[in-house]
Structures are given as structure tokens and as C-alpha cells.
Write a protein that binds this ligand. Structure first.
Ligand SMILES: C[S@@+](CC[C@H](N)C(=O)[O-])C[C@H]1O[C@@H](n2cnc3c(N)ncnc32)[C@H](O)[C@@H]1O
Length: 291
């Protein structure tokens, strides 16, 4: 017989004993996501993981609520969803208790999509949908709802973040929440064209150490993404995903589509975007950041 210490704890007990859990939060889901151990405990690592997830969720919940208040429904598309832990947690904390709204996970790896579908079914998360497709192909996928209110892309690899932005622009998403991953494309073009651009200035130092070149490429990519979003009428906030210790990539880009077009501000951003591409000999990437 198991002792009280080792006996798996019941969900109701757990909610009393673990103040970190939110009321009604699915214990089964947290176990599936390995945030709770099999016997329902949080250890130092998983407690930190839960804190990180809440930190991100706290940025997204008010956006979902705003859309829901305005149109009585809300659809979120999560690009490069992986195991879909963000979608699952959001569904559990926001969509499930309200009985409304849909979460669509878009992920190219079929085995992850199959696993997510099975988990959603087991948990009875009926308004979760998963597509085994690329972000790029999702743009014209017939199974996605016509209206997408919120686009998320959390560490979606390389140019998948750019595809997610393009998707959000095409669907006129109200909000985009992006935590970009490493993007190699811009750094590659920078390297190739370095002789033409900054090589004769002191800024050539950027190319001396590959790590600096890569990070510079990453930063410029995000600068271009923000300008692209602004040129399309979004207001952009860039902040840090504090506490996201397991990743070096912790820049959070929040974009809100403004109600009315702002031609002057949009024009200014578009001009700046073109100037940065020109200055850094990145014009061949104009279509990537198209306005
Ligand atoms: C680093 S993981 C992040 C997963 C999840 N968003 C998270 O933060 O835990 C990136 C995921 O994006 C998927 N992915 C990469 N490129 C993609 C693309 N073009 N279309 C769809 N999924 C993509 C990968 O298969 C992988 O599961």
C-alpha cells in the first residue's frame, strides 16, 4: 500500500495545496505537459516553467478578452505550435471556462499534431483544432476559420515567424504576439553582401566575430518585422519575456491593428523599412518584408 506521502494526489487536494494553480485549471493537462509530476507535484524546474507560461499568458489574455467583448467570439491561430502547450494552456485558462472561441494549432510535424489532437480529445477540449501544415500553406488552408483574431508564433523556427506575420496581415488579425526564433536568412545576405555595405566603415567590426554577425542579423530582422507591421497599420510594442531562462531568444513583439488607417505613420514606417534594406544591402529581401 502506498503511504500518504507517495499516493497520487487528487485534483481537489492539489488545488488547495498548490497556490500556483488557478481555480478550475486542469491538473491532467499540467501532468501531460510535465508541468506537474505524475504524482501531482511541482518541483523547482516545473514551478519555474509554470511561472514562465503564466507570464506569457498574462500578455495574451487581455487581448483575447478585448476581441471577445467586441465580437462575441475569438479565434487564435498558433503558428509553429510544437506540442501546443501555449494553445492548451490558453484553452484551459481562457477558452474553456468561457465556453466560446477556438484555438488552431499549426504545426508542420505530423506526429506532434497527432499527439495534440489525441490530447485535446482526451481532455474534451472540443474547440481546439490542429493542422499538419506549414505556416506558409496555412494562409490558404480551407480548414481554418475565415476570421483569425489573434496570431501567435512562439519560437517558430527561422522564417516561420515571417510567414506568421504575412498570415496575420493577410487575415487582418487584430493582434499578433511573436517571440521570434533565430532567423538565418538576413544574416546570410548580410554576410554575402558585406563588401558592398559597411565593410569600409568601422562597423565592419560586426563581421569579425560570427556570433556578432548572427546576433546583428537577428536584431535587424526584428527591426524590419516591426517596421513592416507598422507600415501595415499596426501599433507595435517590443518587450522582454522576463524569466524565459531556457531560451536566449526572449524578445516579445506585440502588434495591435489600429482601427483606422494612419497614412502618415504607415508611410513613414514603409520608407524607413526601405531605407534600412538599402543601407544594409538587403534589398533582395524586400519581398520578405513586403509592404
Ligand atoms: C522551437 S519549436 C517551438 C514550439 C512551440 N511554439 C513552443 O514554443 O514550445 C518550433 C516549432 O515550429 C515548427 N515549425 C518550424 N517551421 C515551421 C513552418 N514553416 N510551418 C509550421 N511549423 C513549423 C517546428 O516543427 C517546431 O515544432
Amino acid at each position: 500500500m502506498r503511504s500518504a506521502q507517495t499516493r497520487p494526489r487528487q485534483a481537489a487536494d492539489l488545488h488547495q495545496q498548490l497556490p500556483e494553480l488557478r481555480p478550475g485549471q486542469s491538473v491532467e493537462l499540467l501532468k501531460e505537459l510535465h508541468i506537474l509530476t505524475r504524482d501531482g507535484r511541482l518541483n523547482q524546474d516545473t514551478r519555474r516553467k509554470l511561472k514562465q507560461v503564466y507570464h506569457l499568458v498574462q500578455f495574451i489574455e487581455p487581448l483575447l478578452q478585448e476581441v471577445l467583448d467586441q465580437r462575441g467570439d475569438v479565434v487564435l491561430a498558433d503558428h509553429g505550435a510544437g506540442k501546443s502547450y501555449l494553445g492548451f494552456i490558453l484553452y484551459d485558462l481562457f477558452f474553456r471556462p468561457r465556453g466560446v472561441g477556438t484555438v488552431c494549432g499549426i504545426e508542420v510535424r505530423t506526429e506532434l499534431v497527432d499527439r495534440s489532437r489525441a490530447l485535446a480529445q482526451r481532455l474534451g477540449f472540443e474547440r481546439m483544432q490542429f493542422l499538419a501544415t506549414t505556416v506558409h500553406e496555412a494562409l490558404h488552408h480551407p480548414d481554418l476559420p475565415p476570421t483569425i483574431d489573434v496570431v501567435t508564433a512562439l519560437h517558430a523556427c527561422d522564417t516561420a515567424t515571417d510567414d506568421a506575420i504575412r498570415f496575420g496581415l493577410a487575415r487582418q488579425a487584430r493582434f499578433m504576439v511573436l517571440v521570434p526564433c533565430c532567423q538565418a536568412e538576413v544574416a546570410g545576405v548580410l554576410r554575402r553582401n558585406k563588401a558592398l555595405s559597411l565593410a569600409r566603415t568601422p562597423l565592419a567590426e560586426i563581421w569579425r566575430h560570427p556570433l556578432h554577425t548572427r546576433e546583428f542579423g537577428s536584431q535587424i530582422t526584428n527591426v524590419l518585422r516591426c517596421l513592416q507591421l507598422e507600415a501595415h497599420g499596426y501599433e507595435v510594442t517590443v518587450t522582454e519575456l522576463v524569466g524565459w531562462e531556457h531560451s536566449m531568444k526572449n524578445e516579445l513583439i506585440l502588434a495591435r491593428r489600429m482601427g483606422a488607417p494612419r497614412p502618415n505613420a504607415q508611410q513613414k514606417a514603409a520608407t524607413r523599412l526601405r531605407e534600412v534594406l538599402q543601407e544594409l544591402q538587403l534589398k533582395e529581401l524586400a519581398s520578405r518584408f513586403e509592404v
